[in-house]
Ligand binder design. Structure first.
Ligand code: HAS
Ligand code: CU
Length: 561
């Protein structure tokens, strides 16, 4: 039998297993997904309050939120940590089951991941809602939060480690039963993302467990803010790719099939995820170009490597565009761009993800501006940065996740999508709103408007800020309309009396034109690449961290809210 025939046979087996997925695993996956959407709901609402604050509309009081910063902490934590992590956990676990055509090795770990995330949300949520942790999602010391905030954040991270443990156990079981076989491509993507992220979490783990928790519990009275910042950004940059790669999984593995095209290459896809494993981590100093006390040579190295980690995203743009063009041409698209309108824009899941991709071009471009050292000096700590990340995590990622939800929620619940038209409208509102919003933030940033500031209450202003604030507010309101539509569709689906057969809504897996047979076997050497990734992290960070040791524990805690 040829390799292609074997892979088709495995596909067929996998397809069959789809209907026979263990309910005991799908249930906690569903709960984890819904936990994430609860985070999106409350976090998104805070976003609306922030946007309106800029034009002098104050909805904080009626929302029982004491300060702008309490709201901003809820916004950042619920969206950047809770929504993203829980969605990644749910989607990656499901996609891995699908890739192998077998259940995950441990049902207990699937439950444990959900319960840990839930406990994390409850603890951190308690601390923030009682206004004892208005420290924003980066929780820079010497601002000190209630210990339960740090514990909650740590548990959210642990929920992702438990998923990795399960992915590794499942890989081991697969290899035992199928000696010498390639890791199925989709399982590879999920695994490499979680490996990258778990290695990267060493920074935040040391920061939270070694410094912040003991400090916030009062066991030690002072801490070292600058060392903590370095540890934070060691994790804080890779986190953005941890958010992004589940979206890439959908773009590579499902979108080609959803638009009637094909994935370009198995090998190129593995290379992309491998590059993310290697180069997501040694770049964190691009968040600290303006920090004193860090050797400029190390900043320069991180700056150059940031342009290296830009490469896998360019490969992705190429691969996804190729798949889209193939699909659009098959549907009758002619000429240079004629294939674009022929894409299935009336399919909610596809429309949302296409708009997410288009927005990501601008998100990526603004990222390159941030990464360019001299330009960073102009935009750092200004509203430009939120402009950048609402195009990336706020739209490329969030809108892709919503697009995935349009088949994933019906699949997990066996209920028909509530309204296709509202879902399509949702995607357009979100994308257009985000573009207008980001336009406001980017312009404000270029006009020196600081980020993380209650601009509506500021006693100072510069010419041009008013226009920028109006863009931000109008864009934010349009995004919020998109958010409301999303929850109408989500809740309508959860309670939809119309049942469906889950197997009918799952997108088919994309078939690569150049299959795994042509792919370099060394891509699958998981242990080797983990070692290289750790080595690169050490090379990039030891020269930065060693001069800081022993830690300079001088800062007592401060409460600024
Ligand atoms: Fe970033 C700050 C640099 C990507 C998120 N970033 C942030 C912060 C966040 C964030 C949250 O170098 C603020 C953190 C804080 O609170 O302080 N970022 C980059 C660079 C990239 C980048 C170089 N960022 C992301 C992604 C994020 C994210 C992804 C979330 C998911 N970022 C920075 C820097 C800073 C920063 C500095 C610090 C700024 C400062 O001073 O504080 C790149 O990796 C981007 C590469 C991406 C592309 C786009 C490729 C396009 C694709 C779409 C293809 C589309 C198709 C559509 C096929 C080059 C893949 C066709 C469709 C049709 C219908 C035709
Ligand atoms: Cu970064």
């Amino acid at each position: 039998m040829t390799g292609a025939a074997i892979s088709l046979q495995r596909e067929a087996a996998a397809e069959e297993a789809v209907t026979a997925y263990p309910a005991a695993q799908l249930r906690p996956i569903r709960w984890q997904l819904l936990l994430g959407f609860a985070g999106l709901l409350i976090g998104g609402y805070m976003g609306l309050l922030q946007a309106l604050e800029r034009i002098g509309v104050d909805l904080y009081k009626i929302s029982e939120i004491k300060t702008y910063y309490q709201g901003l902490t809820l916004h950042g934590v619920l969206l950047a940590l809770v929504f993203t992590f829980t969605f990644a956990n749910a989607f990656t676990q499901y996609m891995t089951i699908r890739a192998y055509g077998r259940p995950l090795a441990s049902t207990a770990l699937v439950h444990a991941s959900f319960l840990t995330a839930l406990l994390g949300v409850v603890l951190a949520g308690y601390a923030i809602l009682t206004n004892q942790a208005s420290v924003l999602f980066t929780f820079y010391p010497p601002m000190k939060a209630h210990p339960l905030f740090y514990l909650g954040a740590a548990l959210l991270v642990v929920s992702t480690w438990l998923v990795l443990a399960n992915l590794l156990l499942t890989l081991r079981a697969f290899r035992r039963d199928n000696p010498g076989e390639r890791i199925p491509l989709i399982a590879y993507m999920g695994l490499f993302n979680y490996l990258m992220w778990t290695i990267a979490t060493v920074g935040i783990a040391v920061e939270v467990l070694g410094f912040l928790l003991p400090w916030s519990l009062g066991w030690v009275s002072t801490t070292d803010p600058q060392l903590n910042r370095i540890l934070f950004w060691l994790t804080g940059h890779p986190i953005v790719y941890f958010w992004l790669l589940p979206a890439y999984m959908s773009w590579y593995a499902l979108i080609p099939g959803q638009v009637g095209g094909k994935l370009y290459s198995d090998g190129l896809t593995r290379l992309t995820f491998l590059l993310f494993l290697l180069f997501s981590i040694p770049v964190g100093l691009h968040h600290q170009f303006t920090d004193p006390g860090i050797p400029p040579a190390m900043k320069a190295i991180h700056a150059v490597l940031t342009f290296v980690v830009f490469v896998p995203s360019m490969i992705t743009a190429f691969s996804v565009m190729a798949a889209l063009e193939m699909g659009g041409r098959k549907a009758g698209g002619k000429g240079v761009l004629g294939w674009i309108p022929k894409l299935p824009w009336r399919e909610p899941s596809v429309a949302a993800q296409l708009l997410a991709m288009l927005t990501f071009f601008l998100g990526g471009a603004t990222g390159l501006i941030n990464a360019s050292y001299t330009m960073n000096l102009t935009v750092h700590n200004t509203a430009f940065v939120p402009g950048h990340f609402h195009l990336t995590v706020g739209t490329a990622v969030a809108l892709t996740f919503m697009g995935i939800a349009y088949w994933f929620v019906p699949y997990l619940t066996g209920r028909q999508l509530f309204s296709r038209r509202l879902a399509i409208a949702q995607a357009w509102f979100w994308a257009i709103g985000a573009l207008i919003f980001a336009r406001g933030q980017i312009q404000g940033g270029l006009d020196a408007m600081p980020r993380r500031t209650a601009i509506g209450s500021a006693t100072y202003s510069l010419p041009g800020w008013d226009v920028s604030n109006w863009f931000t507010a109008v864009g934010g309101v349009i995004m919020a309309i998109g958010g409301v539509l999303f929850f109408i569709v989500l809740i309508g689906t959860l309670f939809n009396p119309k049942r469906i057969d889950p197997a009918t809504v799952e997108p088919v897996l994309s078939e690569p034109i150049h299959g795994p047979k042509d792919t370099w076997k060394a891509f699958d050497r998981v242990g080797l690449w983990v070692i290289v990734s750790i080595a690169l992290m050490l090379i990039a960070y030891l020269p930065v961290i060693i001069p800081y040791l022993p830690a300079n524990m001088t800062s007592p805690p401060i409460k600024v809210w």
